[in-house]
Write a protein that binds this ligand. Structure first.
Ligand SMILES: *[C@@H]1O[C@H](CO)[C@@H](O)[C@H](O)[C@H]1NC(C)=O
Ligand SMILES: *[C@@H]1O[C@H](CO)[C@@H](O)[C@H](O)[C@H]1NC(C)=O
Length: 444
């Protein structure tokens, strides 16, 4: 109980502290006289003209907001009642990692929004300019769309005093507000690894309004410019095959919303897999096969070592893969390698068995020459004859299995490395249907 009370007190203290902090900051920005928090007319009168002139255009802007009695909580409305369009363009500056384990990827973007707020139209006598630039702190005094990324897991927005994240605001005389922000995002992307490591992945980035339905705010890609731009991006294990922008209207129980998608198709560069998995596993299979050629010398220990190596490979591979319930192409490949090593072991046991039989037969040769006679004195079939292998039979078995294993493995590898990756492969996602693409990404 006491602990709870203590926590409550602490919490209350910390919130009140941050509120104070913000007030202090605002005072710093707007000068000592300007008390703007509430937005009433009376408060405005206490702003002395001297400090407004000192603040220059910024102070003038706040004055302007007072004059038009701007309410930042009210969303802009078009005179004809149509929904206000928010134009969006995105510049992807980096895509950092596509993670199979977490099923996500991270992006650095410059996120630009523009919309027209008819209340903010101004004339030459207001600012003696057709466009004014505003400090990012003015964002708190203007309405802005409540854009969010539905599939984001984590995001970082501009912070004060940070180099890496900044934003800008511009206001045109017709009421158009242009903002740009730099944002880091981690977005969810459910990867389909069925064809790993010859897979392609489609990852999307959704953008929509949280609270404004499609009849209040609609989102649109800024198609008059390049809505989706990209820096040349190099990912360690993927190439960006294409990127495009789509738009959809989604229905929820709270209404219908427009949602924009930036879609990225990544195709995997299998280099990592070749180095880490495929080359070692081929080497292991070849070793198993070669060591079996030495017909009489290969021992069980060798084969067990080979099996252990494959198990080790399987284990290290599984540790970098998520636990999915379907079978990946790589599983089949490693499974075949494992089976070949296992079959080699079985073959070795059969060969050993045969050799022991032959040796046993040779040492006790009387066993099978001895012929039983029945009551009528007729010869019976020697009992152990069916168990006897000749050297020749063993040799044929040996060569035949070696050839079969070789043919099976080369056939399988041909299919797996040459034919399978070329089979047509389509990833479908209704949100990222290339048919509804509004624009393709432009590399800059
Ligand atoms: C949004 O884009 C459309 C067409 O791309 C353009 O006509 C309109 O003026 C833009 N609106 C704003 C506020 O930039
Ligand atoms: C408006 O700006 C122009 C130049 O941009 C300047 O010559 C003029 O004096 C300014 N007018 C006022 C009233 O500040």
């Amino acid at each position: 109980m006491l602990l709870l009370l203590l926590l409550f007190l602490l919490f209350g203290y910390s919130t009140s502290f941050t509120a104070d902090d913000q007030e202090v900051k605002m005072m710093k920005i707007f000068g000592s006289g300007a008390q703007l928090a509430g937005g009433g007319k009376n408060q405005f009168e206490v702003v002395d003209r001297e400090s407004v002139y000192q603040q220059g255009q910024q102070g003038q802007f706040l004055q302007f907001l007072r004059r038009i009695a701007y309410d930042r909580g009210q969303h802009p409305e078009n005179p004809n009642g149509e929904a206000v369009t928010v134009n969006i363009s995105v510049l992807i500056s980096n895509i950092r990692s596509v993670s199979e384990i977490n099923m996500d990827y991270s992006l650095e973007i410059f996120f630009r929004e523009s919309w027209k707020d008819p209340r903010l139209q101004f004339g030459v006598d207001d600012f003696n300019k057709t466009m004014i630039s505003l400090h990012e702190s003015y964002a708190d005094f203007l309405w802005r769309p409540d854009t969010f990324v539905p599939n984001a897991i984590n995001s970082k927005t501009p912070r004060d005093d940070s180099f890496t994240h900044r934003s800008l605001y511009r206001l045109k005389d017709d009421g158009t507000v242009i903002t740009s922000r730099r944002i880091s995002l981690v977005a969810e992307c459910s990867l389909d690894l069925t064809r790993y490591p010859f897979d392609k992945q489609l990852c999307k980035l959704g953008l929509e309004s949280y609270g404004y339905t499609a009849d209040q705010i609609t989102y649109s890609w800024a198609v008059d410019k390049n809505p989706l731009e990209m820096y040349p991006i190099r990912l360690p294990d993927f190439e960006i095959e294409k990127a495009y922008a789509t738009k959809r209207v989604v229905d929820y129980s709270t209404g219908s919303y427009t949602r924009l998608y930036a879609c990225f198709v990544f195709s995997r560069s299998a280099g990592y897999c070749y180095l880490q998995l495929i080359v070692p596993s081929v080497a292991i299979v070849v070793t198993a096969w070669l060591s079996l050629w030495r017909e009489s010398e290969s021992s069980f220990e060798d084969m067990i070592t080979i099996l252990m190596s494959i198990i080790f490979l399987l284990y290290s591979y599984n540790s970098v893969m998520p636990r999915v319930s379907y079978i990946k192409a790589m599983d089949i490949y490693l499974g075949v390698c494992f089976s070949i090593a296992f079959l080699s072991l079985i073959k070795l046991s059969i060969m050993t068995f045969m050799r022991l039989q032959i040796l046993g037969a040779q040492s006790s040769s009387g066993d099978y020459i001895q012929v039983h006679k029945d009551a009528n004195g007729q010869d019976e079939v020697p009992i152990r004859k069916k168990w006897i292998f000749s050297e020749k039979c063993m040799h044929i078995f040996h060569v035949l299995t070696q050839v079969l294993l070789f043919m099976f493995f080369t056939g399988f590898c041909t299919f797996f490395f040459l034919i399978y990756p070329r089979l047509p492969y389509h990833i479908t996602d209704p949100d990222c249907d290339p048919q509804i693409a509004v624009a393709n990404a432009v590399k800059i």
